[in-house]
Design a protein around this ligand. Structure first.
Ligand SMILES: [Zn+2]
Length: 265
C-alpha cells in the first residue's frame, strides 16, 4: 500500500509542479508540458517523475536549459507525504477511512502548491488558498453532521474548533502585518493563518504556530550564518506555516506517545 501511495504522490507531485508554474504564467492547466525556454513539448518518456530528471541530468533534451532541482524535490516530497497519509490514515478494509484519506491527500497537495509558490514568487496563491478553505469547511460539515449527536462538547465539533482557531490565527497575523506595516508579515499570511487554524483546530493551533516560528527562526539564523541573506532580507513565511501544519497533523500519528506531550506544553 505504501508503494502505491508513494507512486501516486510522485505523479501528483509532477502535476503540482505544473500547477505552480502555470498559475504564475497564467497558462491553461491542460496543455502538454513544454520547456520554459525553448517552448518545445516535453516527450512523454521525459516526463516521468524523478527518473527523467536523473536520466536527462537536469537539462532540457532540446536546448540544454538547466531544469531546477525544485521539480524533483516537489515530486519526492509529495510522494513521501502521500505515502505517510496512506500509512497512517488509510485502512483498506475500513471504508470510514476513505473520506479522511482523500481529504488529506487533496489538502496536502494544495498546501504543497502554497509552499512552493510562496517560496518561488514571494506571494501566496489566493485562488488555491480559498479552494483549500472551502474544502476544509465542506469536509468538516460532512464529519460533524455524522458526529453531531455524539458530540460531548462544542470543541469536539471540528467546524467550531477550526473556525475559532482560524479566527485567532487570522487576527494574530493581521495585527502583525498591520503594526509592522507589512515588514514582518504580509496580509497574505493572515489568510494563510486562517487556513492553519481551520485545519489543525483548537488548541493545536498554538502547537502548529510555535513549530512554524521555531523552524522559521532556525532557518533564518542558518541563512544569516551562511551569509545567504542579511537580517533585513524578506523571507516568505507561508512555507513555515505549511511545515507547521504537516508536523502538527502527522507527528502525533507517527509517534502516538507525542500526543500526550504536545497537549501539555
Ligand atoms: Zn528547452
Amino acid at each position: 500500500m505504501f508503494i502505491i501511495f508513494l507512486m501516486l504522490g510522485l505523479i501528483i507531485g509532477s502535476f503540482l509542479n505544473a500547477v505552480v508554474y502555470r498559475l504564475n504564467a497564467v497558462e491553461s492547466l491542460w496543455e502538454r508540458s513544454h520547456c520554459p525556454k525553448c517552448k518545445r513539448q516535453i516527450r512523454w518518456h521525459d516526463n516521468i517523475p524523478l527518473l527523467s530528471f536523473l536520466l536527462l541530468s537536469a537539462k532540457c533534451r532540446d536546448c540544454g536549459e538547466k531544469i531546477s532541482c525544485s521539480y524533483p524535490a516537489v515530486e519526492f516530497s509529495t510522494g513521501i507525504l502521500f505515502a505517510l497519509v496512506g500509512k497512517y490514515f488509510f485502512v483498506l478494509e475500513n471504508t470510514a477511512t476513505y473520506l479522511p484519506t482523500f481529504f488529506f491527500l487533496v489538502m496536502f497537495s494544495l498546501l504543497l502548491i502554497i509552499f512552493v509558490y510562496d517560496l518561488k514568487y514571494m506571494e501566496i496563491p489566493m485562488l488555491i488558498l480559498w479552494i483549500a478553505v472551502g474544502a476544509v469547511l465542506v469536509y468538516y460539515l460532512a464529519i460533524d453532521w455524522k458526529a453531531f449527536s455524539g458530540a460531548t462538547s462544542i470543541f469536539s465539533l471540528k467546524l467550531f474548533s477550526g473556525i475559532l482557531a482560524g479566527a485567532v490565527a487570522f487576527a494574530f497575523f493581521f495585527a502583525l502585518a498591520h503594526f509592522s506595516k507589512e515588514t514582518w508579515m504580509g496580509y497574505g499570511d493572515a489568510y494563510a493563518g486562517l487556513l492553519v487554524g481551520l485545519l489543525v483546530g483548537w488548541p493545536e493551533i498554538f502547537i502548529s504556530l510555535m513549530l512554524s516560528f521555531t523552524i522559521g527562526a532556525l532557518f533564518g539564523i542558518g541563512l544569516v550564518l551562511f551569509r545567504k541573506k542579511t537580517m533585513k532580507s524578506q523571507v516568505p513565511f507561508a512555507p513555515f506555516l505549511v511545515l507547521g501544519i504537516f508536523l502538527t497533523i502527522l507527528l502525533p500519528r507517527i509517534f502516538p506517545q507525542l500526543k500526550f506531550f504536545l497537549f501539555y506544553i
